[in-house]
Design a protein around this ligand. Structure first.
Ligand code: ADP
Length: 512
């Protein structure tokens, strides 16, 4: 029997992925309030904010707008749930794992609802929300469910008459701040290891996309997590986000978002209580295509690598370096792909590209496209918005891009593929590394020696060889340099959510 990505090992029967269901039309949004102590609360200020469907630009609903007093209330609840002797602290580790599995079961049950909400709120294709985002969430919960009762310390040989061992203990109240591009998935990457290790959590979803996080609150309650273990405060960055990052009773924070805000989070963490910080930030990721690569594969992976999720990925292949012998052919085939990319209604199962998330991002992308034209890159296709269609942008390919152009240096976060040319491996290593970012890199070659040389030389937290966006719950993910600190996913994530305590016992050798 085949095992895929450890699903079998983690308590799930080998299963075929479900067929794509129909999205749920006229879905009523039931959960719009602040989730604290397994209950729904209005904001202390009485304020609400609207969330919009970026595809139609219509308001979906209003959500309670949290602020510092709501964060304080959530932290109080999370602290109480973490007290020694509380139901959560008394729960044995196996049962903690079982709760995570049950949460994954409910996500499977409500997968179509969650994918519909995610598509409404982000504009991402329903196909991707259902098969990629939700699949990733469910597997991540199951993976960490399996770890809950396997978090073990070590015995350490020291002196003869000494017993020394370590205990891996939960940190306490953990904060999480998440972005709008993968609202549920980024939240689950934080929530699953935090709960697996026995912590309690205060979460802030991005203001553009709060709906799936709040729905998850309802599932947390239904599964029976004790009140206060998970608390969700929707709201804005400078209010709720800042209150979480600077809260003196939050012992750890995990953040995914821009490098700029990541710096603020780290500053606030150090100014308040030196809380531990995990950051997953931006990227300007090199994708290196050697002349000996399988060109069909390279073209397709580079295309998906940059256009997936409307280009709104920190992993986006936004600097494609192609060896000169195959450059023109690579550009020709990439343009063909881009021109065929189905852009449109994200609820249509054939659609692969929806709208950008909001006006601010849309304007920023168009401004960068203009800079590419003005700085002398060759516009091969796209290069503008789709007329009369709100926030939709044509898949855009630029060739003849050079390292000094803004489209080769700045994170675009949109459907724009800049293609650069290189002559030899030493040169491309140097150019690929000449960025402050270091999140991911990809290499396309049939030569194993070349692949491994590049894999060791590239300064990035992830290197993909002959594939792209190959992310697994079992494998750590995070950045070098200004792409972040710490690792999410995999066994490494457990270290981010536990404190190590060293216990040393001096034996009384006079009294054996
Ligand atoms: P983007 O530029 O892609 O919107 P951001 O880094 O601005 O990404 O946002 C990611 C998350 O950080 C969101 O949940 C946002 O509300 C939050 N955020 C924004 N500003 C702050 C801040 N000053 N402190 C804490 N969180 C913030």
């Amino acid at each position: 029997m085949a095992t895929t990505n450890g699903a079998l090992e983690n308590g799930q029967l080998d299963r075929k992925p479900p067929a794509l269901p129909r999205p749920i039309h006229n879905l009523e949004v039931k959960f719009t309030k602040i989730f604290i102590n397994n209950d729904w609360h209005e904001s202390k200020s009485g304020k609400k904010f609207a969330t919009y469907n970026p595809s139609t630009l219509e308001k979906i609903c209003e959500v309670e707008e949290g602020d510092k007093p709501d964060v304080d209330k959530a932290v109080e609840a999370a602290q109480a749930a973490f007290q020694r002797g509380s139901p959560w602290r008394r729960l044995d580790a196996l049962s903690r794992g079982r709760l995570l599995h049950q949460l994954a079961d409910l996500m499977e049950r409500d997968r179509a609802i969650l994918a519909t909400l995610e598509t409404m709120d982000t504009g991402k294709p329903f196909l991707h929300a259902f098969f990629i985002d939700l699949e990733g969430c469910i597997k991540t919960f199951r993976y960490f469910a399996g770890w809950a009762d396997k978090i073990q310390g070590r015995t350490i040989p020291t002196d003869d008459n000494v017993v020394c061992f370590t205990r891996h203990e939960p940190i306490g109240v953990c904060g999480a701040i998440t972005p709008w591009n993968f609202p549920l998935l980024m939240l689950v990457w934080k929530l699953a290891p935090a709960l697996c290790c026995g912590n309690t959590v205060v979460l802030k979803p991005a203001e553009q996309t709060p709906l799936t996080a709040l729905y998850l609150g309802s599932l947390i309650k239904e599964v029976g997590f004790p009140p206060g273990v998970v608390n969700i405060v929707p709201g804005f960055g400078p209010t709720v986000g800042a209150a979480i990052s600077s809260h003196p009773q939050i012992n750890k924070i995990a953040f995914t978002g821009s490098t700029e805000v990541g710096k603020l989070v780290k500053e606030a963490a150090s100014r308040s209580n030196l809380k531990r910080v995990t950051l997953e930030l931006g990227g300007k990721n090199p994708c290196i295509v050697c002349a000996d690569a399988d060109l069909d594969l390279a073209v397709e992976c580079a295309h998906q690598g940059v256009f997936f999720n409307q280009g709104q990925c920190c992993t986006a292949a936004s600097r494609v370096f192609v060896e000169e012998q195959v450059y023109s052919e690579f550009v020709r085939r990439s343009v063909e792909y881009a021109k065929k990319r189905p852009v449109g209604d994200p609820f249509d199962a054939k659609t692969e590209q929806g709208p950008q998330i909001d006006q601010k991002q849309f304007d920023k992308i168009l401004e960068l496209i203009e800079s590419g034209k003005n700085e002398g890159a060759k516009l091969e296709c796209g290069g503008s918005a789709i007329e009369d269609r709100g926030l939709f942008i044509k898949p855009t390919v630029f060739s003849e891009v050079t390292d000094n152009m803004r489209i080769a240096k700045e994170e675009i976060f949109g459907p724009v593929q800049p293609i650069l040319k290189f002559k030899n491996i030493e040169e491309v290593i140097k150019r690929a590394n000449s960025t402050d970012y270091g999140l991911t890199a990809a290499i396309f070659t049939k030569n194993l020696d070349k692949a491994l040389k590049l894999a060791s030389a590239l300064e990035s937290g992830t290197v993909w060889i002959n594939c792209y966006n190959a992310l697994y719950a079992q494998a750590p993910f995070g950045g070098f340099k200004m792409s972040g600190n710490g690792r999410e996913l995999g066994e490494y994530a457990l270290a981010e959510y536990t404190e190590v305590k060293t216990v040393t016992i001096k034996l009384d050798d006079k009294n054996p």
